[in-house]
Design a protein around this ligand. Structure first.
Ligand code: ADP
Length: 490
């Protein structure tokens, strides 16, 4: 090789110890000298590799480009070139290399050989490839999300931490017309034709966007929208806070959907239930009256008396059921009217306990009341009796032989506290919050075919609420339940 001897030694050392693949390539393409790094990179030993031309170790798809540049250099068009190309490893797999080639000429300018440096960039290439794929995936995801964002029939709004509207979907833009015909400035809390369920105009603080921007999270926040009271649309909104990776507050997301049809259907259903149960009550009361008259007669055959008693019992049950349905409908429409008078709650509790006593005896459940001699409060006596009756009969019904039910009544400051505690079957934790929903019945209770309608506790809750009181439940499955009513003494 045409290099000075000390220069030759330097060259040999550089070649040998360079971490980059290096080779001298003859004008015919054969590798004249290869270094250790290149052998490593391509899986050959030096002897095997220097037998070959670069054409053999180049991936066929990248060969033409390399040859073109090689020719251009030989013809003096260029002195050097750089390419990213694939080599073939001895085991056949492609290796990505970053190739830099320079042509060395002798003193007369005649080409001598090429010097090539090849950096193994397979890892980098793989990384770039993965990055490209991830970017494409992200892009795809973003497009899909954006399509969903704009197609769903739900209004979606992103608010930043200062309450400014950051992003909204098409549905949101369409719905904004109704409450804000004059336009919206894109900031939470702007007043518009937005009304609370009771018909009052919303203040800024009531607006769902304002509440969300202030950091609240909520579900099923119902409101009405539109200037004309006869033509308003109902919406139900949910809000969630948006947080960054470190938990920092970035803003809030608001989603809402129109529920006008649902609200109308519910109103029609309530009216229907209320009028049907009302219409049923009158004839049933008449039937009961005649049955009573009949049962008072002394000239009836013995078997007829028994049959009348059965008819009476069933009519009473039917009447109680219809009254319950009517109560639920009335309470739902906010029409539960109370007639408050000074009432001795101790007497009321004793009567309720006496009424449930036969059933308790039959089921082997002990039942006792713990109350002061007299405890007067200004309440609706018959409604409060309904409360105690429902709670006590539930306590007995959901207890087993050997269990105990205790009804305790006391005055605590200006309030009356009534506890109905049982050691019965208890309520599963996931049902505790549901027991007061209309028509809710426990899974196990239905399985065991314990009779009931699921209306009692809903009525209890409505009556207690109408008195300005609270109903709470504590229960442990298999250990029993305690229902606590607290009402102002009045
Ligand atoms: P009903 O008793 O007609 O089913 P309620 O509204 O009174 O309707 O009660 C609703 C549900 O709450 C019941 O079906 C039952 O699952 C549960 N529940 C009510 N009271 C008790 C109690 N004391 N112990 C256990 N479960 C109860």
């Amino acid at each position: 090789m045409e290099v000075a001897s000390d220069g030759g030694e330097l060259w040999r050392l550089t070649l040998q110890y360079s971490p980059v693949g290096m080779t001298l390539v003859g004008l015919d393409g054969r590798l004249l000298m290869v270094n250790h790094a290149l052998c490593e990179m391509l899986g050959y030993d030096a002897e095997e590799l220097s037998q070959r031309g670069f054409q053999e170790i180049t991936h066929p798809e990248d060969l033409d480009t390399d040859l073109e540049h090689f020719e251009l250099a030989l013809n003096g068009v260029i002195d050097s070139y750089r390419l990213r190309k694939r080599y073939l490893h001895s085991d056949g797999h492609p290796v990505w290399g970053d190739l830099s080639v320079a042509l060395v000429r002798d003193a007369g300018g005649e080409p001598l050989h090429f010097v090539s440096q090849i950096l193994d960039v397979s890892e980098q290439h793989e990384y770039e490839q993965r990055l490209r794929e991830t970017n494409e995936e992200l892009q795809h995801e973003r497009q899909a999300l954006s399509a969903i964002f704009d197609t769903v029939n739900v209004g979606l709004l992103l608010i930043d931490q200062d309450g400014r509207y950051e992003r909204m979907n098409r549905r949101h833009q369409e719905t904004m017309q109704l409450p804000f015909p004059e336009g919206h400035a894109g900031e939470a809390g702007q007043l518009g034709h937005v009304y609370l369920p009771d018909g009052r105009l919303m203040t800024s603080e009531d607006m769902p966007s304002y509440r969300a921007a202030r950091g609240e999270e909520f579900d099923d926040y119902t409101y009405w929208v539109g200037d004309d009271p006869g033509d308003r649309a109902a919406f139900s909104a949910s809000a969630r806070q948006v947080r960054g990776p470190a938990g920092e507050h970035l803003g809030a997301a608001l989603a809402y959907q129109e529920i006008t049809d649902l609200m109308r259907a519910m109103r029609v259903k309530d009216q229907f239930v209320s009028s049907v149960s009302h219409e049923l009550r009158t004839p049933l009361t008449t039937v009961l009256g005649y049955l009573e008259l009949l049962s008072d007669r002394t000239d009836l055959p013995v078997d007829a008396a028994g049959q009348i008693e059965i008819a009476q019992r069933n009519t009473q049950r039917l009447l109680a059921l219809v009254s319950d349905v009517l109560d639920v409908a009335r309470a739902g429409a906010g029409h539960l009217v109370l007639t408050r008078t000074a009432t001795d709650l101790t007497a009321l509790v004793r009567e309720a306990v006496e009424t449930s006593a036969p059933m308790a005896r039959q089921s082997g459940v002990s039942l006792r009341a713990d109350a002061p001699d007299r405890l007067v409060a200004v309440v609706d006596g018959s409604r409060m009796r309904q409360v105690v009756d429902n709670l006590v009969s539930n306590a007995v019904k959901y207890s087993e032989r050997g269990d105990a039910v205790t009804v305790s009544l006391r005055r605590v400051d200006g309030a009356i506290e009534l506890d109905v505690a049982d050691t019965g079957i208890g309520i599963p934790p996931d049902e505790v919050d549901l027991v007061c929903d209309p028509f809710f019945r426990g899974g196990k209770v239905v399985e065991r075919q314990i009779s009931g309608t699921g209306l009692g506790l809903n009525i209890v809750k409505s009556i207690v609420a109408a008195h300005g009181g609270t109903l709470s439940v504590e229960s442990e499955l298999g250990r029993g339940s305690t229902f606590r009513v607290v009402v102002p003494a009045g």
